[in-house]
Design a protein around this ligand. Sequence first.
Ligand SMILES: *Cc1c(COP(=O)(O)O)cnc(C)c1O
Length: 381
Amino acid sequence: MNIPYALPYIGDEEIQQVINTMKSYWLTRGPLTSEFEEKFSAFAGSPHAIGLNSCTAGLHLAQLAVGIGPGDEVITTPYTFAATANTIIHTGAKPVFVDIDPMTMNIDAKLVEQAITPRTKALIPVHFAGFPCEMEELIELANRYRLKIIEDAAHAVYSQYKNRPVGSIGDITCFSFYTTKNLATGEGGMVTASDEEVAERIRVMSLHGMNKNAWKRYSEKGSWYYEVNFAGYKYNMTDIQAAIGLVQLRKLDQMQALRQTYASIYQKAFASCDALITPYDSKEHRHAWHLYVIRLQDHVNISRNEFIVKLTEAGIGTSVHFIPVTSHPYYQQLGYRTELYPAAKEAYERAISLPLYPGMTEEQVHYVAEQVISIANQYRK
Ligand SMILES: *Cc1c(COP(=O)(O)O)cnc(C)c1O
């Protein structure tokens, strides 16, 4: 067997829609991006949605839109992809890391308050693997200290916090449509925002700070005139991305049903395997199952890295989520130390992400589970 770690779930419909888009000549932002924004904002339960070229762009613009800059501090988790922290650096602000809850692997809401200073302007929780953070606790803190909440929902398309879709909760939410994510357009992202002015600022900054986009300028109703109100960025989505995204959004229930089925197979298979810590789930929320991360227990006499080698030999692709941001050389050189975040450090040392995507077959999922259990049993102390 050869099971890649991740594959996008692309069918004939996506391919046909890309061809149709190219034949329409709208290669950049145009009517399909607007349609995708409308459909996504309805799906996410938010009044505003802005299509962008990545979640990273969204995180950057979200912070700029609420006025974050040099001298400010932004609180986030070290247990995330570097993009979350890099965008804080891009604004000139200082990332402040708060350790994770070892159970959920999300930022530990109980530890956030002690990291707040007079310079703190925002919280960026990351819904790790698609399981929502403790939003009520975070919102309570944000209200008390007048902080903005910008959610990194790169894993959380389809997640719900107590029946509320992620995208309808914090001030601004940033989604990723990167090739491995639950809804994939290759590269792409979407920001939802509750405030109209903030949404408009993000929209304008995503296209050079111009007050009109190309579609409006060149359509019959438009004109050649535009004004640049900020030194903006070039972060817009294209209609080719939106064409894929619209199909993926229609397929999302079906794709998520498969993720849920496969995650349940893993959960059931590993329930009796005391060598592993399995992902936390709760009926209170809806897990998007972007990742399926197991952690090795102490009584398994094999290192995480060797375990990955064994899985590779069995034809199983894996990944590790995440190398703590504070362990990367750039952050080390800034003086950050992962030892200060012991739960994140320990999670990283034990974590293995198993393949979980709708393009897998049930047979493949069972095979992965059997191989994991067999290796774990072989190295039991
Ligand atoms: C993938 C990812 C991002 C970045 O998304 P892009 O769309 O590739 O910019 C940000 N944060 C997390 C947690 C991610 O996994």
